[in-house]
Ligand binder design. Structure first.
Ligand SMILES: *Cc1c(COP(=O)(O)O)cnc(C)c1O
Length: 351
């Protein structure tokens, strides 16, 4: 029986459950924080050009064109500060493999991104969840050192809350920790502050970014790490030799070079988000002010799961999330104005 031949850590773990993918068609999909708008036209053009390029050849193993363009766009000293990956999920995998050994542990806030636990499980490592305090503040315990603590992960803005820990607080957490602090900035383009300068001040601050959300490229799979050059060099040993393909490198290079497009899309989505927050509040929801492209809301009547099901029956998919010992609620991605109007109208009809 092959079952007994898998590593025990694998047999023990639960698989990560991604958000539902609806059959293409009429469903309004507001459950996985994708961008409702297509990527920049330059990106589509770059993909078309790459598709008629030399696909019989291996791609650039270190995505040089992307790293140059990204260093430029983000104001980093140079491309050696960037490690490109097949989605930021791959970057997170590389980080856990690089820093956390079997039997050691990593720390994450709670509730936050569940994938970190899966990555620890695969590694045969343990995870420790530090609950947020009221109003999504981090307790001092989040920055405390412990034996065998090898990595601390902070999604900032956080999911599902959309809340942002201010940069000065992130800096002091990083300073107090002996291990690296990963700041997962998947949603940071929707916020008004980021932690990139901390990377230049502290070699233990590592920032991850993705093109899946703000750049509208979830289907492409591209993410990256920003870290000091000696950290990037060491972690590069772990990645697959050709972890990003030629088409995604071309797309990602064009995407980070389209910063004007990005500001316009972010402004549009943030305006829609403001409208969502206002109307949901008027409907009686407790709405957490969001710095991301989704809104976390809870209704005092507690009927979150039935609202989710009602919306789904009406072909609107949002994310119902329930966190043991904490509570539940709805996480609704910011869609187009029309999609959000449809969703709000259905929520108003729910009784
Ligand atoms: C969506 C998301 C990512 C994953 O990004 P990919 O680049 O698509 O793998 C990482 N972290 C958080 C917190 C996310 O919500």
């Amino acid at each position: 029986m092959i079952e007994s031949l898998f590593r025990p850590a694998l047999s023990r773990m639960q698989p990560y459950a991604p958000g539902e993918q609806a059959a293409p068609g009429k469903t309004i999909k507001l459950n996985t924080n994708e961008n409702p708008y297509p990527p920049a036209p330059e990106v589509v053009k770059a993909i078309q050009e790459a598709a008629s390029g030399p696909l019989n050849r291996y791609p650039d193993p270190v995505a040089t064109s992307f790293r140059r363009a990204a260093a430029d766009a983000l104001g980093l000293p140079g491309p050696e500060w960037i490690l490109a990956g097949n989605g930021s999920d791959e970057i997170l995998t590389i980080l856990v493999r690089g820093f956390v050994g079997e039997g050691q542990h990593l720390r994450l806030p709670y509730p936050s991104y569940i994938l970190y636990r899966t990555l620890a499980d695969i590694q045969g490592a343990a995870w420790q969840q530090t609950p947020f305090e009221n109003d999504w503040k981090l307790p001092a315990a989040f920055g405390e050192n412990e034996d065998d603590l090898r990595l601390v992960l902070l999604p900032n803005p956080n999911s599902p809350s959309g809340t942002l820990v201010p940069k000065n607080e992130v800096a002091s957490i990083a300073d107090s920790l002996d291990c690296p602090l990963i700041v997962d900035e998947a949603y940071v383009d929707f916020a008004n502050e980021n932690c990139l300068d901390l990377v230049q001040e502290n070699e233990r601050v590592l920032v991850t970014r993705t093109l899946s959300k703000s750049y509208g490229l979830a289907g492409m799979r591209f993410g990256f790490l920003v870290a000091q050059p000696h950290v990037v060099a060491e972690l590069s040993k772990i990645k697959d030799s050709y972890n990003c393909d030629a088409i995604s490198i071309a797309a990602a290079t064009a995407a980070v070079s389209s910063q004007d497009w990005l500001s316009d899309i972010v402004a549009k989505l943030n305006a829609t988000r403001g409208r969502m927050e206002t109307r949901l509040t008027e409907m009686g929801f407790a709405v957490t002010p969001s710095h991301a492209n989704f809104v976390w809301c809870q209704h005092p009547d507690g009927n979150h799961q039935s609202r989710y099901e009602y919306l789904k029956k009406n072909q609107i998919l949002v994310r119902y999330m329930s966190f043991p010992d904490w509570g539940d609620g709805l996480r609704i991605s910011v869609g187009t104005d029309d999609q959000i109007d449809a969703c709000l109208m259905m929520l108003e009809r729910f009784s």
